[in-house]
Design a protein around this ligand. Structure first.
Ligand SMILES: [Fe+2]
Ligand SMILES: [Fe+2]
Length: 298
């Protein structure tokens, strides 16, 4: 680990300190959110680009956008919780010593995110929706599993940020919803930037791992990303929005070519950075195109 990584982590710690907030005071929670508004842009709903969207009334689409916001925030809350467990299992390890101070900010911010996503779901969605993910025991060697744990965190954050950046300034959404996305994005910029550094460091620190194990690890992350995106398709949300045959809609959307393209768009940045990690040992991209805000914190 060179001084650059240490300086980078210190800079992120200073950034987190200067942006710190009291989550219990940060938001003004209205008693109700408008039900005649989109809570997420219709382009971000899971029916967009399909005949189900074309045939639905505006009221149905608004209801779906509200239900899918609760679904999204529930997925985020469960994801933050899994992330914190992964982080805290490893953060005292010597290979992460230079990152430790920043990782305490990371954990603090993820705890706050869990807090506001849960608050939102309880207030406006009837509670946090149950997790629909299945976690199987790892079959990877411990050091590979540790790297994969951080990579699952990262791709989860990249996916979340896709929604945050598209919603944070969308004037069609209630102000509170925009503020939730704004705050989450502000904190996630740091997590994503340091996350790729940590992933690169853990990859470089791996012991003698057979190529076949690495190939299996790459496939594991790809299928983790796909199943994460498929979690946004929840039959219960189609039922809440008033679609007939919600399970039929769910099955059709999972096979729909327009949705496959939309899923790929959500995963583009994560895949590009993963490719850079596997081929060049760094999650930082070499081109000028769409570097996101990784450079903002350098
Ligand atoms: Fe978060
Ligand atoms: Fe995060």
């Amino acid at each position: 680990m060179n001084m650059n990584a240490q300086q980078f982590a210190n800079k992120l710690s200073a950034r987190s300190q200067s942006l710190a907030y009291d989550v219990h005071k940060y938001f003004d929670w209205p008693d109700q959110l408008p039900t005649d508004a989109f809570w997420i842009g219709p382009e971000l709903t899971t029916v967009y680009g399909t005949e189900y969207c074309a045939r639905a009334s505006e009221t149905t689409l608004k209801r779906l956008s509200q239900a899918e916001t609760v679904n999204l925030f529930s997925i985020f809350a469960h994801g933050e919780s899994a992330l914190l467990q992964t982080l805290m299992k490893s953060w005292l390890r010597p290979e992460l010593a230079e990152f430790f101070r920043y990782l305490t900010h990371f954990a603090d911010e993820e705890t706050k995110h869990t807090c506001f996503f849960v608050e939102f779901c309880v207030r406006y969605g009837g509670g946090v929706l149950p997790s629909r993910t299945l976690t199987l025991p790892s079959t990877f060697p411990p050091d590979v599993e540790r790297m994969l744990g951080f990579l699952r965190i990262l791709v989860f954050e990249e996916i979340g940020d896709y929604f945050n950046v598209r919603a944070l300034d969308d004037q069609r959404l209630p102000e509170l919803v925009r503020r939730v996305h704004q705050r989450h994005h502000l904190d996630e910029v740091g997590h994503i930037a340091v996350g790729w550094r940590i992933a690169a460091h853990l990859l470089a620190s791996l012991g003698d791992v057979p190529q076949s194990t690495l190939e299996t690890a790459k496939r594991h992350i790809e299928s983790y990303m796909l199943s994460s995106v498929q979690g946004f398709y929840n039959p219960d949300m189609y039922r809440r929005a008033g679609f007939e045959d919600p399970f039929g809609v769910h099955a059709a959307l999972l096979e729909h070519p327009a949705r496959a393209a939309a899923n790929d768009a959500i995963l583009t940045r994560a895949r590009r950075r993963l490719h850079a990690l596997w081929t060049r040992g760094t999650g930082e991209e070499s081109g000028q195109e769409d570097k996101g805000e990784m450079n903002d914190v350098k």
